[in-house]
Every structure is written in C-alpha cells, then in structure tokens.
Design a protein around this ligand. Structure first.
Ligand code: ZN
Length: 280
C-alpha cells in the first residue's frame, strides 16, 4: 500500500471526479460509529439481563432462545431502542453523508440499524438486504408483510419488569397467531416484502445507470460473514469497469482477491480518521 497521505489524496480525487457514488457497508461501520455490542455500553444497559442470562456480549445474546415471549420482547425492545431508534445521528454516519451528499449516490448495506437513514441519507436510495430492527414479521413467514415496532418498543421499555414485558403487550401474528420475530435474515423464514423487492430493483437500476460512467465505490467495514452481498460483487464491478475505483476501508481485510491495481485504494486505519481526512 502507498503511504497514508497519498492514499487519502487518491481517494479524495476518486470521489471528487466521480459522477456516481456507490456505498457498501457492513457491521464494521456501525462498530466504528459507536454501536457497541460489548464493553461498557453493553454492561451499563443490560446489567439485569447479564445477571439473569449470563450474556457476555450483545451479539451472542441475539441468538438466545428465550423461553417466553415476555422475556424475548423485553430484551429486544431494549436492544432495538438503543441501536435503531437513537434520535441523534451517529457522527461517523453524518460525516459520510456530508462527504457524498452532493453526489448521485446509492447505499447497499447488510446493517439492520437504519443508521444511514437517521443520518440523512435518502431512504429511497438505500437497500438494506438483511432486514431492519424496526420491523416485525410472522416467525413462520405465513404472510408477506412487515409491521413497524416503533410504538410497541416504547410501550415495552416503559412496562418491562424483571426482564419481562406484560403478557397482554406481546404481539402475535395477526394472520396465523404464531409468535412474531424481528425482521432479520437469520433463518429460512426471513420475509422480503414488497418494499425489499422495490429497493432491490432500484439497486439494479442504479447499477445499469452507472455503467460506463466514472464511479467511486466506497466500501466500509464489510468482512467475510456474507462477502457475496457486497465485497465480492464490488470487486467484480471495479474489475469489469474501467472508470470505477474501490475505496475499501477495513481494519482486518483491506486487501482484494482480485488484482485491481491502482483502482483499489485500501485503508486499514481508523475509519473515523479516514472519513475526517477525506472531508478536509
Ligand atoms: Zn403468521
């Protein structure tokens, strides 16, 4: 890799000269932005749940098989409220928005925390492939509809006692009466509703539109959990298109599996610092 300063200059130039910006974002971005899944924030906010269930971090806790719906929703309400319904945008997301807001852009993300939207990105230009903490679905996927949990989460937070929500506040599927789940791609029952397909189409249209143009792809915090969604396709796009460049920001894996030559501008430095330097 070139030294940091020249990579920053190259990345700035790529963004400045680009007709279009395509952003790809994974879990590493939200971690860098401060959505903690372990550490002090987890301990301070989930002390009662840690005592009761011996959770070690929030990520493994999301796989916990709660015995009752009352316990399950008390836990999820707290997680969703912290990581999805924050009123203030996360600074790093705002900085990224300020970096590209005057460009024609599209965002492809595996994050389910809606932080792009909260930071001011146009919701219509975002395709969140893996779901949304803010939506509920039938756990058996009996029908193709999602339900906002915004009001329920407020109620659940207020009424949680001993790590449980009241029984009469538990939501069941309005069609088949099964349990509900958060709309997250974790099993075969994940629901892709009309809006999901609509955004998927918009992403395809964007890819058609930018063919042959000058494009900067900015990929942030995308690891190898689901590389087939963003990481590999982005490399392929840059490989196949002469005027595309890939700005990859990734602490652990800044490298590319394809030889992209100077079209790859890779960073393994601190994400917040990189975005700040790109803006200056
Ligand atoms: Zn159902």
């Amino acid at each position: 890799m070139f030294n940091y300063e020249s990579r920053i200059e190259n990345a700035k130039k790529a963004i400045k000269e680009a007709d279009y910006i395509l952003i790809g974002a994974g879990a590493g971005l939200s971690t860098a932005a401060g959505l903690e899944y372990s550490g002090d924030k987890f301990k301070n906010n989930f002390g009662d749940f840690i005592n009761k269930y011996h959770f070690t971090d929030l990520y493994t806790a999301t796989f916990y098989d709660f015995q009752t719906q009352e316990e399950k929703w008390a836990f999820w309400a707290r997680l969703i409220n912290l990581n999805r319904y924050n009123k203030e945008p996360l600074k790093l997301y705002s900085e990224i928005f300020n970096l590209i807001k005057d460009k024609d852009y599209f965002v492809l993300t595996t994050n389910v925390d809606a932080q792009f939207e909260i930071a001011g990105f146009n919701k219509g230009n975002i395709f969140a492939t893996q779901g949304d903490y803010g939506m509920l679905q039938c756990s058996k996927a009996c029908h193709n509809k999602l339900y906002s949990n915004k009001e329920l989460v407020v109620k659940w937070l207020k009424d949680t006692k001993d790590c449980k929500v009241p029984s009469d506040e538990v939501m069941y599927c309005p069609v088949c009466n099964e349990e509900m789940d958060v709309n997250l791609r974790k099993d075969a029952y994940f629901i892709e509703d009309d809006y999901w397909y609509n955004q998927s189409d918009k992403y395809s249209e964007f890819l058609d539109k930018i063919k042959g143009k000058k494009v900067a792809l900015i990929e942030i915090g995308v690891g190898f959990n689901t590389p087939g969604i963003i990481r590999f396709p982005f490399e392929q796009l840059v490989k196949e298109n002469e005027n595309y460049s890939l700005i990859r920001i990734n602490k652990e894996h800044p490298e590319s599996w394809n030889d992209l030559g100077e079209k790859l501008i890779a960073f393994n430095e601190d994400t917040n610092k990189i975005i700040e330097d790109l803006r200056n």
